[in-house]
Each structure stands twice: as structure tokens, then as C-alpha cells.
Design a protein around this ligand. Structure first.
Ligand code: GLU
Length: 328
């Protein structure tokens, strides 16, 4: 075999190997409405025949209006008896986070650590209480575990792509808005789907307990909502042709799309998703303290630096930090 031929054969082998690795995006002709029986679904994936159980949301005015920031005492001068002093006495801030949302809360396979924008936000709160960002215990939660974890007291705060809504304010309190997201749609590039309006009767994936799932169920085009525990389960189902689309926040979709070059984000914003840090109901001192930390991050460049660190390459140049609204 001459040298050129050997090189060509080697190149063909590399290409074949690459196709094997990335091949799942290639069979665009298989209809998602005929899932291949032999491909197992992610555990607990469920097609909803009824809309998810969302009781009528009370009208709470503007849900994003939080409590005015309090003062920000030095970590060793936290008021005695305050929620912050109690957390400090425990030795660690316990934060509910995600490990499946690339760039917001995800497990870095190289370090084994959970990292991202939300994790850096958590470090700022820990630093304000303890004087070190490392006095932090991360507790991994799915979307539907966020409110129960706060109610059961297994976490001090949830920082996990969580939208502020009137419905959730019945159970938890929120900080001011620390990130503004929008709900969009993720599809396979070759699908021809252009947004939620073209998904009537098609399967659309979102996590259980997310506002995304409710919005899919309420979409005028009447898609079929498919619920799963984690956002990465949605990506697997899209790759296996078990759903036609994923619909959730642009932040989460950008992270999923970065993991599969055969996908793209489409459509007009379906809903505003203002993220707040959620705390147990009634800890007003803690809400004011957290709002003071967020306000400092807005003005001292920390918010923008954190955006640039995790999101700029996926979502573009940093917007202005979200302005705070207060109700008192
Ligand atoms: N922001 C939406 C929510 O809070 C979707 C994000 C998620 O569930 O992780 O429900």
C-alpha cells in the first residue's frame, strides 16, 4: 500500500469512528411519533395526558418585588439570633443546586466539582456569612425537589435556575431577580420546527415541577408535554427521537445545545423567567441580607464578571445586571 493510500485509509477510519460517536443526530428521518421500542427511555419519563397539577396562581401583584436590602455586616458581626448567625453557627451554608445544567450548575467531569453561574452566586452568599466561599455544602436537587427541600429545612437556600412566581411565593420567599431568562424551544437542526406554534400534537420535554412544563401544557398549539426528572434526560430523549423538542429557559437550552451540535434554539420567547434565590417562608432578615449581597454584585462588577466567566460564549455579551424591585 502506498503512503497516500495508507493515509486515506487512516482518515476514513477516523471519520467512521467519529460518525459512530456522534451518529445519534444523523437519522433525522425517523419519526418521533414512532419511538423505537428497543431504546429505553430515561427513568421516570412520563407523557402527560392531563396538564401538570398547577393550582390557580393567586394574584400577588409583581412577584419579583422583594424586600429592600438590609445592611451587610462583617461575617463576624452578624446580629445575634439572626438567620445568618444561625447558619454561621452550623459551620456551612447548605445550598440546593442543580448538577445537570451546563454552565449554571453542572458537574465538571475533569474536576468532579459542581460548578457554574448559580454555584458562584452561592459562593458569594457563603462568603458574606463566613468570610470564605468554601463554607458551602451543595445539595443536588431536581426541579420538583426545590420547594419540598426548603419546606423540610434540608437546605438553607435554593439557587437553581428558579423562576419567581406568585404560585411559588405561597410556599417560599424569593430574593430580588438575579438573572432574567426567557422560555424558548430546542429542536434538531434538520427538523424544520420553528417554535412552540409548530409543535401541536408533538411531544415536548421539560422537567417535572418546572414552570416550563406548565407553559408547554398551556401553549395554544397543544403540544403533548413529556416530563422527566432532569434537563439532560430531555436531551437524551431528543437524541433518541422520543420527543420532538425541549422547551425551557434560554439559559438551560444554550447549555444543552452546546452538548449536541445537531440541535438549535428556535422561536420567540414564550414566557419571562426571572430567577430568584428561594428561602424558607418568613426569614425576612435572610432575604434582606441576600438582597444586599446581590445588590453589591450588581454594582461592584461581580455579576458581570460571573456572567462573562460562565455564559458569554454561549449567550453573548453581558446584559446589564437585572434591576432590583422592592415592595417595601
Ligand atoms: N426556570 C424554570 C423553573 O424555575 C425552569 C428551570 C428549572 O426547572 O430548572 O421552573
Amino acid at each position: 500500500m502506498n503512503r497516500r493510500r495508507t493515509r486515506r485509509t487512516a482518515l476514513a477510519a477516523v471519520l467512521a469512528a467519529l460518525l459512530l460517536v456522534t451518529g445519534c443526530g444523523a437519522d433525522e428521518t425517523v419519526s418521533p411519533s414512532e419511538p423505537r421500542a428497543e431504546v429505553p427511555r430515561p427513568a421516570d419519563a412520563k407523557e402527560l395526558t392531563e396538564p401538570p397539577d398547577t393550582p390557580e396562581a393567586p394574584d400577588c401583584g409583581d412577584p419579583t418585588a422583594s424586600l429592600r436590602p438590609g445592611s451587610l455586616p462583617a461575617p463576624n458581626a452578624l446580629p445575634a439570633g439572626s438567620t445568618m448567625a444561625k447558619i454561621r453557627a452550623k459551620g456551612k451554608l447548605v445550598v440546593g443546586v442543580d448538577q445537570n445544567t451546563f454552565r449554571f450548575g453542572f458537574r465538571n467531569p475533569f474536576t468532579g466539582n459542581v460548578e457554574g453561574f448559580d454555584i458562584d452566586m452561592a459562593k458569594e452568599i457563603a462568603e458574606a456569612i463566613f468570610g470564605t466561599p468554601n463554607a458551602l455544602q451543595l445539595r443536588i436537587l431536581t426541579s420538583s425537589q426545590r420547594i419540598p427541600a426548603l419546606k423540610e429545612g434540608t437546605v438553607d437556600i435554593v439557587i437553581r435556575t428558579m423562576s419567581i412566581t406568585c404560585d411559588r411565593l405561597k410556599d417560599v420567599d424569593f430574593s430580588s431577580v438575579y438573572y432574567r431568562a426567557n422560555q424558548l424551544v430546542l429542536v434538531k437542526k434538520a427538523s424544520g420546527i420553528t417554535g412552540i406554534d409548530t409543535l401541536g400534537g408533538k411531544r415536548v420535554c421539560a422537567t417535572e415541577g418546572s414552570t416550563s412544563l406548565t407553559n408547554i401544557a398551556q401553549a395554544a398549539a397543544k403540544p403533548v408535554p413529556v416530563q422527566v426528572p432532569n434537563w439532560t434526560d430531555c436531551l437524551v430523549m431528543l437524541q433518541q427521537n422520543q420527543v420532538d423538542a425541549i422547551s425551557t429557559d434560554d439559559t438551560i437550552l444554550a447549555g444543552l445545545s452546546a452538548q449536541d451540535p445537531f440541535t438549535k434554539v428556535v422561536g420567540e420567547p414564550i414566557d419571562d423567567e426571572p430567577y430568584g434565590m428561594a428561602m424558607p417562608k418568613g426569614q425576612t432578615d435572610f432575604v434582606r441580607f441576600v438582597n444586599a449581597v446581590i445588590q453589591r454584585m450588581r454594582t461592584d462588577g461581580t455579576w458581570t464578571a460571573t456572567y462573562n466567566r460562565w455564559l458569554a460564549d454561549l449567550l453573548g455579551a453581558p446584559p446589564a445586571p437585572p434591576a432590583a424591585k422592592y415592595r417595601d
